[in-house]
Design a protein around this ligand. Structure first.
Ligand code: K2U
Ligand code: ZN
Length: 172
């Protein structure tokens, strides 16, 4: 089922998430719920802490062409095992920081190792939007948000806007 997405600031979005030691049907259900929640947002990535689950689990599907088949990826315990020296700048957003965008510089290519839904070890090199997205999601598992790469003033501005948004949503 669709989960609700936490909005920054929230302590759970700043928490170091726990590795998944044993896959379970409950964790597989969480991964499926996260994909459903991501597509509905819409988004191209989602990390477990964004739905309040402090496990090292992310989902992504960065296929942008409407005619191309979707490629939903479920990653347990994802780790960047190698990254390129050359970088890419992308105007990032975040489903936990709605309607705020800022440029973030990240390695252009990353090699990621993870455990998939069936418990098998996977390893793949990502570039382009996939590379940006998978790094953005893995940051979430370490309690890091894209605004943490911005200058303090800009970060505080965005945080204050989110605090106002949460106050308004609480009154609604
Ligand atoms: O983690 C999230 O909040 C989902 C992010 C993933 C993402 C952020 C920045 C750059 C790439 C991926 C997005 O909110 S998903 C929405 C989106 C869609 C297309 C491009 C950028 C952001
Ligand atoms: Zn995000």
């Amino acid at each position: 089922m669709k989960r609700s997405i936490l909005i920054h600031p929230d302590p759970r979005l700043k928490t170091l998430c726990k590795p998944v030691d044993d896959l379970s049907d409950e964790l597989r259900q969480l991964a499926d719920d996260m994909l459903e929640t991501m597509y509905a947002a819409p988004g191209i990535g989602l990390a477990a802490p964004q739905v309040g689950e402090l496990d090292r689990l992310i989902v992504l599907d960065c296929v942008k062409q409407d005619d191309a088949p979707p490629r939903p990826l479920i990653m347990f315990n994802p780790v960047v095992v190698a990254s390129s020296d050359d970088t890419n700048v992308y105007e990032e957003g975040c489903l936990s920081i709605p309607d705020q965008y800022a440029e973030v510089t990240r390695p252009r290519e990353v090699e990621v190792a993870w455990i998939d839904r069936d418990g098998n070890a996977q390893q793949e090199v990502f570039d382009g939007l996939w590379a940006t997205c998978v790094q953005h999601e893995i940051d979430h598992l370490d309690g890091k948000l894209f605004i943490d790469y911005l200058k303090p003033l800009k970060r505080q501005l965005i945080t204050r806007k989110m605090q106002k948004l949460k106050r308004e949503r609480a009154r609604a």
